[in-house]
Design a protein around this ligand. Sequence first.
Ligand code: DC
Length: 234
Amino acid sequence: MTHTIRTIAIDGPAGAGKSTVAQALAQKLGFLYFDTGVMYRAVALAALRRGISLQNEPALAALANDIFIEVLPPTVADGRQYTVLLDGEDVTWALRQPEVDASVSVVSAYAPVRQAMVAQQRRIAQRGNVVMVGRDIGTVVMPDADVKIYLDASVEARALRRYRELRLRNVEVTYEEVLASMRARDELDRTRAVTPLRPADDAFIVDNTDMDAEDTLDYILNLIERVNQAHLAA
Ligand code: DC
């Protein structure tokens, strides 16, 4: 089967299952899987560690341009999807701390922080054969992506998934806390002035509230095949 698809953009709110489906897709297609959320998380973690106030936009902008973020294939077999180095240090799990969850939406709302991250993401996108995941991939980073998917689910379903993930890693947290944090993050991501979370006009909107990971993957593979067939027929 000839494949005409080289770039796939997956956007949507936290906990919609973007990373699970993107990793499986990338594996199936032999593409690079790139989760742009880790870049914003790395800036947030660096800010927390250096004691930079989340209100200090100029300092956060300077930080975003100063730190060196690398995303590599997993270097440890501990369930991670990739390894993230922040100035050479393995911060893969540190990026998932609730403190980072609570501050990343603030950090990622600043235009200069986004500019620094988007420039790096576009360089990766240009190489093609990539499944890129985030909030603005279809609208800003890869507006010409061959397939754009906007993955969504109810906030309760997303909070439950995130809660289970955290409990599996023995993070002390209640479902109510996760739900409240998810609602707050949704609000910030959707209402921020600079490139708020929204589906691209030509995105396929997939609501997987009542689908498991396998069903979601099948559904999206089907969509991709339909786009491929349409390209071939054109
Ligand atoms: O996908 P995630 O939960 O790891 O993303 C962390 C935060 O980063 C999220 O609150 C919104 C922000 N983000 C963004 O603004 N743009 C992206 N392309 C990816 C993530």
